[in-house]
Design a protein around this ligand. Structure first.
Ligand code: SDX
Length: 430
């Protein structure tokens, strides 16, 4: 146990306990700070504030390290399937062969969605953003499973809800893809593995009997989903915890997480990266011009896909995605000019003192969009794919928060508005 932290306020000394994590991280536990001192802390954006303890994911932004329940992201991306990683995050251990078979089969039983959900597409405006559709569809699941609304129900009911979400997310994502192209939906085939089933529902046609997902694409999608599976207390995971802490059901908690992920500073960055690269290409490919704009404080332009709240070194996921990107495009024989621009942009930024001093490196979103595009996904669909990968992380974060019996999240504030003043009637107001 580390020694206590001591603070002096208004001449009085107070001691606060120090918490040390299994990887040696240290925190000052301020649970009793206000009771003891009348003071709260202020940390806009929670850049220095731990909202919880967690056993799911450990990352060290200084050295660029990421592990899930002790397993390195490099090992998991290379050796595991996405469903194995989902099991690891949700249940705490890599599954035995039997446990995996039971998990996989349970998910296959729930891949269909209620036909009533398809009616929602009749009201979605043509061309409406797939993330808005996904948020609506996942939230609507709570309407079809009213018995799942009480998270205090027995463990089996909560587990069934988790399995239903895992099973129906790919089906819903594929439905959104098909409906936006005006194509009939393709139903899940439960003889296919999780990722192949998603790709089949997305890219095969009802008129095709012999579609087989390219193993290169299946392997790349499996890796990409693993790399997106969880990332400790990021904006969307914290949102899922915040909403779930009010005893809201898992469907609407995850729907709120998808909403947070949509933001261009978070998961929406992968769409913004491709749009930025396209813009630079259309502008003649003058990479240095855009690096200079990103550095200019008077210019709102930021290098999308660069920088990270926690990583002050290379995002380990970006390294794996960059290699996967090269492999996929080479094996598919795809030459994407924006990939060349991305590499030039990365090279220019990594040698520029502005980015080096601020420790701004490519993040998980920098290369992922290029692979998604090579697979045949439109730019505004990239964040849907991020959400599909992040789902087990959100489920595991929500479950950990509930298992730890955490209280409803209710941060405090420092008020900076007007002090008390008398009400004025209209003729008294200037
Ligand atoms: C994800 O949290 C997670 O784990 C998220 C995620 C996950 O897996 O869940 O990893 C996924 O969301 C990755 C991040 C994707 N977003 C982007 O790529 C958008 C572009 N990046 C930036 O907007 C920014 O880097 C953030 C939002 C990611 C991080 O912002 P911070 O930590 O609040 O950093 P900051 O805004 O305080 O920036 C520090 C300095 C500032 O300059 P100064 O005021 O010190 O002079 O760095 C500059 C910023 O202006 N800066 C950038 C920049 N990012 C930061 N300048 C140019 N281009 C950028 N991309």
């Amino acid at each position: 146990m580390s020694e206590n932290a001591k603070i002096t306020l208004e001449g009085k000394e107070f001691e606060l306990p120090v918490v040390t994590g299994t990887e040696g991280e240290k925190a000052i536990d301020i649970t009793k700070l206000r009771d003891q001192t009348g003071y709260i802390t202020l940390d806009v954006g929670y850049k220095n504030t731990g909202a919880t303890t967690s056993a799911l994911t450990f990352l060290d932004g200084e050295v660029g390290l990421l592990r899930h329940r002790g397993y390195s992201i490099e090992d998991l991306a290379e050796k595991a399937s996405f469903l194995e990683v989902a099991y690891l995050l949700i249940y705490g251990e890599l599954p035995t062969r039997q446990e995996f078979s039971d998990f996989d089969n349970s998910i296959r039983e729930h891949t269909l969605v209620n036909e009533g959900l398809e009616n929602m597409f009749k009201v979605f405006p043509t061309g409406s953003h797939p993330m808005g559709q996904l948020i609506s569809m996942i939230s609507a699941l709570s309407l079809f499973y009213p018995k799942s609304l009480n998270p205090h129900r027995d463990t089996d009911a909560v587990n069934r809800t988790m399995l239903r979400l895992m099973a129906k997310m790919p089906t819903i994502c594929a439905m959104i893809f098909k409906k936006r192209n005006g194509h009939p939906i393709v139903y899940p085939k439960n003889n296919l593995d999780y990722v192949s089933n998603y790709l089949n529902m997305t890219f095969s046609q009802v008129t095709m009997d012999d579609y087989t997902a390219d193993p290169i694409i299946v392997d790349a999608m499996n890796k990409l989903m693993i790399l997106h599976a969880d990332h400790e207390q990021n904006c969307s995971a914290s949102t899922v915890r915040m909403v779930g802490s009010s005893n809201a059901n898992l469907y609407c908690s995850v729907s709120a997480g998808i909403s947070a992920l949509w933001g261009p500073l978070h998961g929406g960055a992968n769409q913004e990266v491709l749009e930025m690269l396209e813009m630079i290409k259309e502008d003649g490919g003058n990479v240095q011009k855009w690096v200079d704009k990103a550095k200019d404080k008077n210019d709102n332009f930021r290098l999308m896909g660069f920088g990270h709240r926690v990583y002050k070194n290379f995002d380990p996921r970006a390294k794996i995605i960059k290699k996967t990107c090269d492999d996929v495009l080479n094996k598919l024989g795809v030459h994407d000019p924006v990939l060349e621009i991305a590499k030039k942009l990365e090279e220019a930024a990594l040698t520029d003192s502005y980015f080096v001093e601020r420790k701004l490196y490519p993040n998980v979103d920098f290369y992922s969009g290029i692979i998604y595009r090579a697979m045949g996904f439109p730019t505004d669909f990239f964040t849907v794919l991020f959400a599909m990968g992040r789902l087990p992380g959100w489920i595991a974060q929500w479950q950990e928060m509930r298992n730890d019996k955490q209280p409803i999240a209710r941060p405090r504030q420092i008020y900076t508005g007007p002090t008390e003043r008398p009400f004025l009637f209209f003729d008294q107001r200037s």
